[in-house]
Design a protein around this ligand. Structure first.
Ligand SMILES: Nc1ncnc2c1ncn2[C@@H]1O[C@H](COP(=O)(O)OP(=O)(O)OP(=O)(O)O)[C@@H](O)[C@H]1O
Length: 456
């Protein structure tokens, strides 16, 4: 009721819920970094991402169960802290991955629990409005027939519908579903998502669901957020479910096709997984890009436009170059947010550098955390591999677009200006040059040199 009235007063363009530069971590380590997203009333959004990518955490932030370390979550323009728990629960309902009841509640009693945010505190009793909402929720979710049965005796699919009924009894404006189809057979998976779709279409409930099944996500959700500790892609299924992007984010080769006679996408592992992996290994990119802080943006776009496959990294989660590399690079070597390059990431960089013919170093800031990459670059230059150093400042003007020309040559002073290691970084860059590394002053020049090296 509350939610219905507020929903009607919302203008179509107003976001129902928004995350503004949200960062969060359970421990010192940051799990989600700088996440910003807006969801309008009436949207149905699927949240995709590998295990441990932070989908549940994102839903918990949206429900107010946990609070951001930085940034804020707004519901109808007010932070969840400003709303408070009770008022938030009158507007946002969560269907968790699994619900275990230690007591033998009947289905009806369970669904009545959904009305808790509306029952006055301190011995308040439920009124006729609450009873109506409970009966209606059971009806919509298709659980009225077993209202008097014990929740714990139900099948997985039936339980799932009861937990959805519980959430519906809250009459939420926003329904958060955490892997609503986990543990369900295909019939119940489809029934559950069809129910979510009906709620969305007929009752205007805004739905955000974390999902693992990419095919079902494509079938039921007009907007998908691909998530890996931050939002990697946010668009329609056809735009988000790109084989290269999915393969990079999930770390296995993935094919996307269109089912014959159907408008829906079909996501499959390749026919012969082993063959695909071998093919991928056999065609390791010949180009490696070291970047960070946006310094690699124009170069990576130019390489992708020229259809030149490359490895990027190591890059920290949350770095804008990392998000872009996930879209454009064949392989991305990922490091924790803000963390120095770890041994596993360094090993992957070393493995990549063994195969490449060109290493491109973008004009990123050099700190104690990434200095080790320059040491690797120096070793590569000493082996006679072509190393190109893109010149530029680190204020976003680096690597000017191919059409518009050159960077200013600043050389030594440029190196020092972005060196935060007390001179070690600048010295390594100088050593790379003396070992044969070549400075380039534009993306155009870099691309020409790359092409000449890899076709030689
Ligand atoms: N309460 C917690 N305390 C500490 N770490 C946690 C907690 N909850 C989750 N994590 C960790 O945070 C990371 C992200 O977990 P989260 O459950 O958000 O991911 P997910 O994308 O939903 O994963 P899955 O698809 O496997 O459900 C994981 O590494 C997880 O172990």
């Amino acid at each position: 009721m509350v939610a219905n009235m507020e929903r009607r007063s919302l203008k179509a363009a107003d976001p129902l819920v928004q995350m503004q530069s949200v960062s969060f971590g359970y421990s010192k380590q940051t799990l989600l970094y700088d996440v910003s997203v807006q969801i309008r009333s009436g949207e149905m959004v699927g949240l995709l991402g590998p295990n441990g990518s932070g989908k549940t955490t994102l839903l918990r932030l949206l429900s107010g169960a946990i609070h951001p370390r930085q940034g804020q979550v707004l519901l109808l323009g007010k932070t969840l802290r400003q709303w408070g728990r009770r008022a938030t629960a009158q507007r946002v309902a969560v269907v968790p991955q699994e619900m275990h009841m230690p007591f033998a509640f009947t289905v009806e009693e369970m669904v009545q629990l959904g009305r808790t945010p509306f029952v006055p505190a301190f011995f308040g009793t439920r009124g006729s409005q609450d009873e109506k909402a409970v009966q209606e929720a059971m009806e919509i979710a298709g659980v009225s027939a077993f209202a008097k049965r014990s929740f714990n005796e139900l099948s997985g699919g039936e339980r799932q519908r009861v937990t959805i009924a519980m959430a519906l009894a809250q009459e939420p404006a926003l329904l958060l579903l955490d892997e609503p189809t986990a543990h369900l057979d295909i019939k119940y998976q489809i029934e559950t998502l069809a129910l979510a779709q009906r709620l969305n279409r007929e009752r205007g409930v805004t739905i955000i669901a974390a999902l693992h099944d990419l095919n079902l996500a494509a079938r039921y959700f007009p907007r998908l957020l691909l998530f890996q500790r931050g939002i990697v892609a946010d668009a329609s299924p056809a735009e988000v479910l790109q084989p290269e992007l999915l393969s990079r984010v999930y770390g296995i080769p993935i094919q996307v096709g269109i089912l014959r006679g159907s408008q829906h996408l079909s996501i499959l592992p390749p026919v012969d997984d082993a063959q695909a992996v071998n093919r991928k290994e056999g065609s390791h990119p010949l180009i490696h890009v070291m970047a960070g802080g946006g310094s690699g943006e124009l170069l990576m776009r130019a390489l992708a436009d020229a259809q030149l496959p490359f490895v990027a990294g190591a890059l920290n989660v949350g770095d804008s170059d990392h998000a872009l590399a996930l879209r454009l690079a064949q392989e991305v070597i990922t490091e924790q947010p803000f963390a120095p390059i770890s041994l596993p990431a360094l090993t992957r960089v070393q493995q990549s550098l063994e195969h490449v013919r060109v290493l491109l170093i973008c004009p990123t800031a050099i700190g104690p955390g990434n200095l080790i990459l320059l040491q690797e670059a120096y070793a590569v230059a000493q082996r006679g591999v072509s190393v190109l150093l893109l010149q530029g400042t680190i204020d976003g003007t680096a690597c000017t677009p191919p059409e518009t020309g050159n960077l200013q040559r600043t050389s030594q002073s440029d190196f020092s200006a972005r060196d935060y290691t007390g001179g070690q970084g600048a010295m390594l860059l100088e050593k790379i040059i003396s070992a044969g590394g070549q400075e380039v002053s534009s993306v155009v020049e870099a691309l020409e040199l790359v092409k000449s090296v890899i076709t030689a």
